[in-house]
Design a protein around this ligand. Structure first.
Ligand code: RUB
Length: 324
């Protein structure tokens, strides 16, 4: 069965946005989701590689400046700094090349990186869909391209699944998920976030499947706020909790003790223009799900337990730890 190409989701965005346009679109969440922001950022750096510059040194400086700006667009999804740092390490490694040679080398490195990410999500869809059984009722949270692609792939392979989606307050990314899945023909139920425990029991959910913004060396998951409560409910009801993530979301810097920042978002997302005198409004964008609540992580390398994250990090991100 042919897997739907991931590219379609990005085509509108990817056609040569400048670094500043990319920065703004990520900031205002017109482009969102951990994988998309990494790919679109990498693509905008292609434009920098092709821009006017006095010499290679000047171009490397421009890339470093642009990379820093892109990384500051949103703080939590580790795929963003990982993508940018990979490209900057490639640029720094080739800084002694003559400018046209440099452009050729770095452009092809960036294109290869983007292609690898496209392949990774397709591979995860293929591997992960084998974990899904005919008749499964699957609960998901927020909107993850990796998760929706896996669900659609399972459906296309004849698995008659049903999906339960949370609204995902306050930004309602769950609406994107239900629209996309039901358009694909998958029976989909929308619930309010606080109905998760009830729905798991009443609808007899078989599996929880979520994406990732970051995964730390200890196998802890950072994903849309609310994920950790869902994991607790799944544990209590003995339901498998599965994470679908490209390895680009693993945090190399967590090996050296760096803590992943949880984005604190505007209180207006919660209360609009209503005023609550003397009340503090807390609006974290993400939360941390302890590794002990995670049954499986599906990556492009295969299905692994959270304890295996360390080995993948050591293998994959040697450059990152050397560079910094
Ligand atoms: C999105 C979110 C998604 C992950 C994975 O949060 O938490 O679950 O980013 O998505 P936001 P993907 O809407 O705040 O960006 O699998 O598409 O990378």
């Amino acid at each position: 069965m042919e897997i739907h190409s991931y590219d379609f989701a990005l085509q509108n965005h990817i056609n040569m946005l400048t670094v500043n346009q990319t920065f703004r679109k990520i900031r205002n969440m017109e482009i969102r989701g951990a994988l998309d922001i990494a790919i679109v950022s990498a693509n905008s750096l292609l434009g920098v590689v092709d821009s006017d510059a006095r010499d290679t040194k000047n171009l490397v400086a421009k890339l470093n400046f642009s990379g820093k700006r892109l990384k500051s667009a949103r703080p939590t999804a580790v795929s963003l700094p990982n993508a940018v740092d990979y490209i900057l390490s490639l640029a720094n490694k080739n800084r002694n090349l003559e400018i046209n040679e440099f452009r050729k080398k770095v452009s092809s490195g960036i294109k290869k990186f983007i292609e690898e990410q496209n392949n990774a999500i397709e591979r995860i869809a293929e591997i992960g869909s084998r974990l899904i059984e005919n008749g499964d009722i699957i609960l998901t949270h927020c909107n993850s391209d990796t998760v929706t692609m896996m669900l659609k792939h399972a459906w296309d392979n004849g698995k008659r699944i049903k999906v339960v989606c949370t609204e995902t307050r306050p930004r309602y990314q769950g609406y994107i998920t239900v629209r996309e899945l039901s358009k694909h023909g998958i029976p989909t139920t929308l619930i309010i976030d606080s109905a998760v425990h009830y729905a798991m029991r009443e609808l007899k959910v078989d599996k929880v499947l979520v994406g990732a913004d970051a995964v730390s060396v200890s196998g802890d998951l950072i994903n849309k706020v609310g994920t950790s409560q869902i994991a607790l409910c799944a544990k209590e009801l003995d339901i498998d909790f599965i994470v679908a993530t490209e390895s680009i979301k693993f945090s190399p810097r967590s090996i050296i003790g760096a803590v992943i920042e949880i984005e604190e978002r505007n209180p207006r997302e919660v209360v609009g223009s209503k005023k609550f005198r003397g009340v503090t409004i807390l609006n974290p964008g993400f939360d941390v799900t302890d590794a002990r609540y995670i049954d499986m992580i599906v990556t492009e390398y295969g299905v692994m337990p959270p304890q295996a994250v360390y080995s993948v990090l050591k293998e994959k991100f040697g450059w990152e730890l050397v560079e910094k």
